[in-house]
Write a protein that binds this ligand. Sequence first.
Ligand code: FAD
Length: 383
Amino acid sequence: MEVTIVGAGLVGCLLACFLARRGHRVVLYERRHDPRERGADRGRSINLAISERGIDALRRLGLDGRVLDAALPMAGRMMHSPGGALAFQPYSADRAQAINSISRAELNRELLTAATALHGVEVRFGHRLTGVDERAGRLAFESTAPDGTSGAVTVDKAQVVIGADGAYSAVRARLQQLPGMNFSQDYLDYGYKELSIPARHGEFAMDPGALHIWPRGRSMMIALPNPDRSFTCTLFWPHDTLAALDTPGKIRAYFAEHYQDAFELMPDLVGAFQGNPVGQLVTVRCSPWHVTTEATTIGLVGDAAHAIVPFYGQGANCGFEDCVELDRYLDEAGDDFPRALELFERRKTDTDVIARLALENFVEMRDRVGSRMFLAGKRVEHA
Ligand code: FAD
């Protein structure tokens, strides 16, 4: 069977590996050019915490070793008080049970390399899906060559189409127009912005074995370590706070007051704050995740099916688990895709729960961890 996957992000690439292992031919269409030939977008490097749910999926394909080699283990969370006091909270009594910091771009490159090394997998970069005709099994793409010239590409007779094109999925946008499709999209009144703590004298400026959190009640900052000994920091702030810091003086004064220890480690604070974009935080719920006509079967996976806010560190992990589950249902259905995608809908109960937990954990991370550790007087200085 030939399977068309729209989106060669994290989940599209991993799913291609699972399907190729089953003997299917897979063509991935990706709107970007090959990210292995370009760097990450400025201010959107995004570090992920990959945990057992995602590692399990990688392990099934023998990809866990190479991914973990590019990652840094974080055995617990390190809370920073406004005055700079530290408190470490291990995730587990067993320090080996860590979550793993990896850049999303690096993980994507690893998975692209793994997918394209497999027999039967092809990636067509510079192809943005612009239209889906489910009655004819036809897909329309706008193609852009690396030199900027563009054209139109049509794919006829696509028998199986999987939308792995992220939270703002074009595949899902078409399914939403069909009768019986339920859809909701909820934005938080918060945005996120990336900053950076560079290496200091060639070394990490803070403990690289922890996920750092500056809980500040209504808002927070987190920082995850990178192999180059820098940290990627992410602010999760109400939009009005982000907008209020509109001069270098206000930015410096705010950080000096609320993030004192980090402020001293951020030489490019003002440039990064003013230059980096504000990202949106959205939860997407929809059902069903698939539609079958006489010409084609179309399904959704990953963020296209269930985008969640990042506070439980589970978006990519859940998308990877989607691949394991779909693979299992293909086993059960004898590679009958319409049937397997129908069975895959059972997973929605689980993804709805993780979406709720992710929202609840925002309050836990930005507020409760801080009040427990600092206000209740249970501060533990980290060695
Ligand atoms: P995406 O990664 O969005 O990939 C979609 C792909 O489809 C992209 O390559 C895109 O270019 C392509 N595409 C889009 N539209 C089209 C089109 N029309 N035609 C062709 N191609 C198209 N998850 C975790 O597990 N742990 C974390 O710690 C974590 N932290 C996060 C922190 C932040 C700040 C954010 C924003 C997210 C975080 N996530 C985390 C979530 C994680 O990034 C997503 O869940 C994951 O990237 C989803 O993978 P995906 O492949 O479904 O979608």
